[in-house]
Design a protein around this ligand. Sequence first.
Ligand SMILES: [Ca+2]
Ligand SMILES: [Ca+2]
Length: 79
Amino acid sequence: MKRILMLSLLGAFLLAPGSALAVEGDCNNDGQVDQADMDTLMASLNQPADQPGLANCDYNKDGGLGLDDVGTHLQGQPE
Ligand SMILES: [Ca+2]
Ligand SMILES: [Ca+2]
């Protein structure tokens, strides 16, 4: 029963229109990926990625923000 509830919640989350879905690379959680996210990422280096926005930039999912995350972020950025 509990499992079904969890799956329902997950489904609702994934299908939510407009959406609270995390945008990868959106470090400041404003829905766009731009230079401000890079600034936020640099300002948050070596800190835990325990906030909604910062978690979007924890590319390697190790729970913190590091240079490896910056590298991945740069690769995803247009010139
Ligand atoms: Ca952003
Ligand atoms: Ca990381």
